[in-house]
Write a protein that binds this ligand. Structure first.
Ligand code: F6P
Length: 357
């Protein structure tokens, strides 16, 4: 008999349901008795005791379903130790719910912030297993996160669509790609979509170099240019500012995002038509791609095995193509960024993609 709690926290992404299904199927195949409590809207459900005992029917037919059947919310890690407006101690409340339900463990699906809270709960003595979700692919200790491949597909489709219209109109197009503070999604979608210039936070760009790259293309007779720009892309000058100074600068920025600012600056200098497309939250929506469905089935089955073995305190990641338990204490709070001197960047440069450096 096992009694487990499950929650999805932070921004949603594709394959959250597929991962939960993997865990539950992995457990129910080996156990006669299993109780799964689903907490609603992320850690909120655990804090305020908003949950439901789930049945096999809840996990049926959800492999292909986007979003999360449990709902989600952002509960910043920094706020976890701060009592809520009614004085509720959130950490104590979560422990209380866990013990009240006599859970064997909590399966927590989420990104970096979620992982930090999962680790906090581990330090507080709860049994936890974390599954790494995010379209940003920025979780340290796993080769890949679920949601990433599905989001690549959507961002690539967006770039593909922009390609045909950019070519017809001889325009410069910027496609702004999600990814928070890292450039994984932009890098992969940019390469897959044949972007000419890729700007990511890990390689601060020089506007002069970007403009030079656009001009070079037009001198070579190419009428259009596609830039894949990460939402967190940053100029060389801004990269020299302190975190605080940069935050202040962003607050005063007259443009809604880095892409619009770039479009204005390129337009001023080149005098050409520059357009911006922002696929935004579409990148997190819809069904998981086949790769993510397989990944989540594997991660789910590996998580179930740990639970059956009473082996807790891990993120279940994918390391060199195999599922692996990774101690939460070793990875929580670390960000996985693109290495500017990595092979993939060298190879992208080798085929002529410019990074603004
Ligand atoms: O972390 C996933 C992500 O989609 C990031 O790529 C993006 O910066 C952020 O979430 C958007 O957050 P929200 O859904 O709160 O607007």
């Amino acid at each position: 008999m096992k009694r487990i709690g499950m929650l999805t926290s932070g921004g949603d992404c594709q394959a959250l349901n597929a991962a939960m299904r993997g865990v539950v199927k992995g457990l129910s195949n080996s156990l006669k008795e299993l109780e799964v409590y689903g907490f609603f809207d992320g850690y909120k459900g655990l804090i305020y005791g908003n949950y439901r005992l789930l049945t096999a029917a809840d996990f049926s037919g959800i492999l292909t379903k986007g979003g999360t059947i449990l709902g989600t919310s952002r509960q910043p890690f920094k706020q976890m130790r701060v009592p809520d407006e009614n004085g509720v101690d959130k950490v104590e409340a979560m422990k209380h719910t866990y013990h009240k339900l006599n859970l064997d463990c909590l399966v927590i699906l989420g990104g970096n912030g979620t992982q930090k809270t999962a680790n906090l709960l581990r330090e507080e003595g709860l049994n936890v297993i974390h599954l790494p979700k995010t379209i940003d692919n920025d979780i340290y200790g796993t080769d890949v996160t679920f949601g990433f491949q599905s989001a690549i597909n959507i961002a690539t489709d967006a770039i593909d669509c922009i390609h045909t219209t950019a070519a017809s109109h001889n325009r410069i197009f910027i496609v702004e790609v999600m990814g928070h503070k890292v450039g994984w999604l932009t890098l992969y979608a940019g390469i897959a979509g044949g972007a000419d210039i890729i700007l990511i936070p890990e390689i601060p760009y020089s506007i002069d170099k970007v403009i030079e790259a656009v001009e070079k293309r037009s001198q070579a007779g190419k009428g259009f240019t596609i830039l894949a720009v990460a939402e967190g892309a940053i100029s060389r000058e801004d990269a020299k500012l302190s975190k605080k100074e940069y935050k202040e600068k962003l607050k005063k920025r007259e443009f809604p995002s880095v892409s619009y600012e770039l479009a204005a600056r390129i337009g001023e200098r080149i005098g050409n038509e520059v357009r911006v497309t922002v696929p935004g939250h579409m990148q997190r929506g819809g069904s998981p791609c086949p790769y993510d469905r397989v990944l989540c089935t594997q991660l789910g089955a590996a998580a179930a095995k740990l639970i059956l073995d009473n082996d807790y305190g891990y993120m279940v990641g994918m390391v060199n193509g195999n599922t692996q338990k990774v101690p939460l204490g070793e990875v929580a709070g670390k960000l996985k960024m693109v290495e500017p001197d990595s092979q993939i960047i060298d190879e992208a440069k080798a085929v002529g993609i410019r990074f603004g450096d």
